[in-house]
Design a protein. Sequence first.
Length: 155
Amino acid sequence: MKQRVLILCTGNSARSQMGEGWLRQIADDRYEVYSAGTQPSVVNPLAVRAMAERGIDISGHRSKSVSEFLGQPFDFVITVCDKAAETCPFFPGPAHRIHWSFPDPAAATGSEEQRLVVFREVRDAIGERLRTWVETGAEDGDEVPVPLDQTSAQE
């Protein structure tokens, strides 16, 4: 049986969408992967573009509310922004709560190219973090050592 993973951020527009795309690619079919937001909006076109540069198509994704998943069991609930970590609801079952704080690329200013640079940086940071998590056996609930200023894990 596949483990279920929910990746949360505030708007479900960039970080959690990129996380969902990455985890689907990195872990192949080992997980059922979903993403949602505490205040969903729309998928950011720069997130779609940045992921496409890595060969990952998230253009068909839609922004979803965390309320769509309430009452469903998850093995892991990963928050990728501080605000979502603070407002993350309770999920039934053995859900391990993991928090990784990534900056919001949608808050970047400047030209489209300058903003895209920020989306690429966040995309790569999320991808590397998920790759490390999967490759080190964290999917079995093991903690992955990371700098304290970037990550904290809760059960």
